[in-house]
Every structure is written in C-alpha cells, then in structure tokens.
Design a binder for this molecule. Structure first.
Ligand code: ADP
Length: 396
C-alpha cells in the first residue's frame, strides 16, 4: 500500500494553520497559514518542502474560500492521494476521550461544548464545516486538546466548589495541550526503550501557552491547565494561577468590568505583564543579558512557577522515568531549562551543561547529568500526532 497523506487543519477565528502529513515522511510536503480571513488583507502563506515560502493574497476570503484555494494545491502536492482530514478541536468536554470520526452526532457534541471554549470551538467548527463541504468524499476526524486528560482521577479534576456546578454546568478541570503531552511522552518511551504502558513522566510544554502534566503508563493523571487554558503556570501573556478573589478585588477597588479583567489576565499578563516588554522569550532572554530588571524578574517567576507545578505533578506519580521539555521554549532554551531544574533539587534533578546547550532547534536528547534522574528534550509534533490519530480511524 502506498504511504497515505492526511491534511491537518487548525482553524482559529480568522486563521487556518495547516500541514500535509505523509505517514512515511518525517518532513511535511506542504504546510502554511491562511490569516486575516474575512478582511481585505487575507493572505495564504505556503511552504512547500525544499522551496521558498510563498504568500498569495486572497482579499476578502473567509474560511471556505481559503480552503477552496488550498484544496487544489494540496491535491497537487499529494499527487491526488489525500486520504483524510484531521481537525484540531480545542475543547471536547467530557464527550470525547479520544479522537473521533466526524458525523452529525460528533458535530452536535462539539457545538454543545462551545460554552466551555467560546472563542475556540466555534472557530474550529466553522473550519470543519467548511472543509466537509469542500472535501465531502473524505473522512474527517476531530482530535481534541482535552481528550488525553479525560483519564484524570476525580480528585484531580474536581474543583472544591459546590457539587452542582460540576453536575449541572460542567465546571471541572479539563486540561489542554493533550496532543503534545501524549506525543512527547510516547517519543520519550521510544527514546529510552521503555514501554509506553510501563513508564512514568513529567512533561512541560512551554510555548506561548504553557502547561505541565503527569503521565503514567500512557495515561494523563494530572495537568496544570483547568476549565480553561488560563489555569496553572505563568505563560507568554496569561497569568496562570492568581488568587480567585483578584476578580472581586479589582472590581471593587478599580471598578473594572469582567471583560477588562478577562483581557488583562489572558492578554496582558504572564511574562509580558511582568517584564513590561514582551511575551517572546527570545526578546526577554536578550533583555536579561543586558540587565533589564523586568525581563530578569519575568524569567525568574516563569521558571519558579513551572518548577513548582512540576513538583506538584509529582504527587500523581509513584516513580519518575524522566522530565520532558517541549514546545518553542522547552525545545530551544537551555537557560529556561536550567533555571527550572535548579528549583527541582528535591527530586534529585541535575543537568549536563553541554548536553543542555546542544538540544536546540529540533535536536532532542537526554540532558541530565550522570547519575541523576532523566531529563529529556523532545521536539513536539502535534500535526503528526493528529495525522496518526486520523489514520487510525480511517475506514478500511
Ligand atoms: P505556540 O504555543 O504558539 O505553538 P511555540 O511552541 O512556537 O508557540 O513557542 C513560542 C515561544 O518559544 C516564544 O516565546 C518564543 O520566544 C520561544 N522560543 C523560540 N525559540 C527560542 C529560543 N531559541 N530561545 C528562547 N525561546 C525561544
């Protein structure tokens, strides 16, 4: 059987990220981004393997128009052999414990879950509906950020708030970044010769959004994000945990509205808010080098909070086969990795400086010092995991 091709699609409210994944090829034959959809500045950026990036203006295009432009290009690159489409969906609520072949029932369940992710799920749905209209003959699969965490035990996923809020309104911890935590924990098992079903990991996905996870025997047992991706560690622009009374305090003392507080916590906080400079870790590391006090503090808070979260995740495990770093920061920043590990002496962790410095720009590997528990850098690949999940559900 020739190797199969899956188009992986991630629709935001005004953008579509995509990658054509071939099951036998470690590199994507085509990837790109359509952005500013719905405006006159809409543009389709394309990256064919071994070619220069192209940008095609698609003025006024919406999701369906952008996908319609993309379709013939995908078909050409896939040489007419496209086997299915994998859609990233942010929130699967309690409906989805794994990827699902999309039918009317699945679409309804994603719709029903939308109040839990009011910005993301409607955009994901819009993309699915547009793609299903254009690629009607192909199987479509939804892969959920939350699904991997549906194995959390109840004592880890419940908030200590009145029971009725969970029973009638779904207020509980769901967790996100599941595709990435799952992918890197499986890769780590491969890299160390351990069986997925008999291995135990702490993972730190550190990108613009950041989360930690405890994974034993292939199952997520706890994770730092909650009902929404705001809970947990400090991130690029998100605060992570704050005292929940901060809302009423700001409303009372400053007269702020819920929208203002939401915006501040989601978009103006994290390392951006602390540094007063940027949400981009590269910029902050450079500024720290030059003695910028805000950047220095932001990095210290970021690293301490992640270490603290990882130590807390340790409660879910009975042994540790390794700590895994991934995401743009986790894969590329020896400084951040070493600052985090420096706070985890109690777990006996220590890095090998040279190995830590070597693991950047897609190079993964073990970075712990001899005689200390394993620490690994594992480049994540959410598109490939979504493609694998899609392939697994294709009708025979
Ligand atoms: P997203 O969550 O949007 O997928 P990424 O996983 O690409 O984001 O991570 C983006 C973050 O990774 C940014 O803060 C960026 O500064 C950081 N990053 C990328 N390369 C480096 C690097 N060489 N050193 C430090 N941080 C880096």
């Amino acid at each position: 059987m020739p190797s199969r091709n899956i188009l992986v699609v991630n629709c935001g409210s005004s953008s579509i990220k995509f990658a054509l994944v071939n099951e036998a090829d470690p590199h994507f034959p085509l990837s790109g981004l359509a952005e500013r959809l719905g405006s006159e500045e809409a543009v389709l950026h394309l990256q064919r393997r071994n070619a220069d990036k192209e940008s095609v203006p698609i003025p006024g295009a919406d999701h369906i128009a952008a996908l319609a432009r993309l379709l013939p290009i995908v078909e050409t690159v896939a040489e007419g052999q496209l086997h299915g489409i994998g859609h990233r969906v942010v929130h699967g609520g309690e409906f989805f414990t794994a990827a699902s072949l999309i039918d009317d029932e699945v679409l309804d369940a994603i719709r029903t879950t939308s109040p839990l992710a009011p910005l993301h799920n409607p955009a994901n749905l819009q993309g699915i509906e547009a793609a299903m209209a254009l690629f009607a003959q192909l199987p479509h699969v939804a892969v959920f950020d939350t699904a991997f965490h549906q194995t959390l035990p109840e004592h880890a996923f419940r908030y200590a708030v009145p029971d009725v809020l969970y029973r009638e309104h779904g207020v509980r911890r769901y967790g996100f970044h599941g595709t990435s935590h799952r992918f890197v924990s499986r890769q780590a098992a491969d890299m160390t010769g351990l069986a997925v079903g008999d291995s135990s990991w702490l993972t730190a996905h550190l990108g613009n959004g950041c989360s930690t996870c405890a994974i034993a025997n292939g199952q997520s047992l706890d994770t730092s994000m909650g009902l929404t991706p705001l809970e947990g560690v400090a991130m690029g622009t998100r605060s992570g945990d704050v005292d929940p009374n901060l809302h009423s305090h700001l409303a009372r003392t400053l007269g702020w509205s819920l929208e203002q507080i939401d915006r501040m916590l989601n978009h103006d906080s994290g390392v951006k808010g602390l540094s007063g400079l940027s949400n981009d870790m590269r910029t902050l590391e450079q500024a720290r080098e030059q003695g910028h006090a805000g950047a220095t503090l932001a990095i210290e808070v970021f690293c301490y909070r992640i270490a603290k979260s990882l130590a807390a995740m340790g409660c879910a495990l009975s042994r540790l086969d390794g700590l895994i770093f991934t995401g743009g920061i986790g894969e590329n920043s020896p400084l951040i990795r070493s600052r985090i590990v420096a706070h985890l002496k109690l777990l006996g962790l220590e890095l090998d400086g040279e190995a830590n410095a070597r693991c950047i720009r897609g190079v993964g590997g073990m970075i712990h010092a001899d005689g200390h528990p394993r620490v690994l850098v594992v480049p994540t690949n959410e598109e490939r995991q979504i493609a694998l999940d899609t392939l697994a559900l294709l009708p025979e």
